[in-house]
Design a protein around this ligand. Structure first.
Ligand code: CUA
Length: 376
């Protein structure tokens, strides 16, 4: 008995401390720490239903315990009266659960409709497009594009317009709210708007939130993550401005022929230009990379692979799967399919999608990684 009490006590304490000291870093995909209006509606419903069902559990257990004790078999007792069919009981245990289901359905349906409203006047629309196995994000109002790490402003309504470029995926950021399928866009007849799924929310806290594809979509479904960076209006505007006009180091150092200019600029330039980055830039922009990837402000304008503008600023690569470090970029460029089976990017020795192996040397791979990491 004592060990049971100790066990229960430990469990309750663990539960309480776990809920009191929520560590976002340790549990980045918690669905019970809502940080948007949408997530809060779901969470409140979840908590309400939890307590109701706990109440039902207690009633059932108390009744069960009473019956087990009160009517337990005793020596010398006659066999109790046998009952076959009891209209009152049968109606009771059919109607009671039905009423419970109705009681749960009413607030659930209310919650579903309350989260479908959106704010067409003020909402920032973000197109979410699922790909095997990464996420594309487009801002239709500014025409800006990014991949795998989307930025949104805090305390402002955002409407995610969700679709897919290939198979069915599902867009889910547990802390910001429920999930929605990303369906291949179905065109309606006679030029009507295509059908999209939407998530409308207003994030209430700044921070970086983890998302995950939540619909099985192929070999690397479980590796199809992303990040949502929620930031202040000013930070969001600054990020968008940078995305629109990223500062990329010049291909070759501009030559200032005036004596004064040379004196003033020479030290700055030598500090700025990393030969490895320069080498990487030349390789990236002269190889097949540019057929699929885009980097704003350069000749890379491919649209079938993740947009790499400001890649160095992202916290992760390979759709949320690897931390963004030069070493991991090298690993990814060398053998993408080893990280993510089914990835369409060719590796150094392995073809990918419709492309042959890149045949880059180790040094060239390091250079490309250095270049991509420098895009910040
Ligand atoms: Cu995309 Cu699962």
């Amino acid at each position: 008995m004592k060990s049971l009490r100790t066990l229960l006590g430990t469990w309750v304490v663990a539960l309480l401390t776990a809920s009191c000291t929520f560590d976002r870093e340790a549990h980045p995909q918690s669905s019970i720490h809502p940080t948007s209006d949408f997530a809060s509606v779901i969470h409140e419903l979840y908590v309400d239903i939890f307590w109701w069902t706990l109440g039902i559990l207690v009633v059932v257990w108390v009744a069960l315990a009473y019956i087990l004790v009160r009517f337990r078999a005793r020596p010398d007792q006659p066999v109790p009266k046998q009952v076959h069919g009891h209209m009152g009981l049968e109606i009771g245990w059919t109607v009671a659960p039905a009423l419970i289901v109705v009681a749960i359905a009413i607030p659930t349906i209310q919650a579903v409709f309350s989260t479908q409203q959106g704010d067409p006047e003020n909402a920032l629309v973000v197109d979410v497009i699922g790909h095997q196995y990464w996420w594309e994000f487009r801002y239709p109002d500014s025409g800006l594009v990014t991949a795998n790490e989307v930025h949104i402003p805090v305390n402002r309504p955002v409407s995610f317009r969700i679709s897919s470029a290939d198979v069915i995926h599902s867009f889910w950021v547990p802390m910001l709210g429920g999930k929605r399928d990303a369906n291949p866009v179905r065109l309606r007849p006679e030029g009507e708007d295509p059908e999209y799924n939407w998530i409308h929310l207003t994030a209430s806290e700044a921070g970086t939130f983890w998302g995950q594809c939540a619909e099985f979509c192929g070999a690397s479904h479980s590796l199809m993550g992303f990040r949502v960076v929620v930031e202040s209006d000013q930070e969001f505007a600054a990020w968008q401005a940078e995305l629109a006009e990223p500062v990329t180091a010049p291909m070759t150092a501009p030559v200032d022929t005036t004596e004064a200019g040379e004196a003033a600029q020479a030290p700055v330039q030598t500090a700025q230009i990393d030969p490895l980055v320069e080498q990487g830039r030349e390789i990236f922009h002269s190889q097949t990379c540019v057929a699929c990837h885009a980097i704003a402000g350069t000749n890379a304008q491919g649209e079938i692979a993740p947009n790499l503008t400001l890649l160095g600023q992202r916290s992760s690569i390979a759709a949320g799967w690897l931390e963004n470090t030069p070493e991991n970029l090298v690993q990814w460029i060398t053998a993408p399919q080893d990280v993510k089976p089914g990835a369409l990017m060719p590796g150094v020795n392995v073809p990918g999608g419709n492309w042959p192996a890149t045949n880059l040397s180790e040094e060239q791979v390091r250079a490309v990684a250095a270049y991509l990491f420098s895009l910040r």
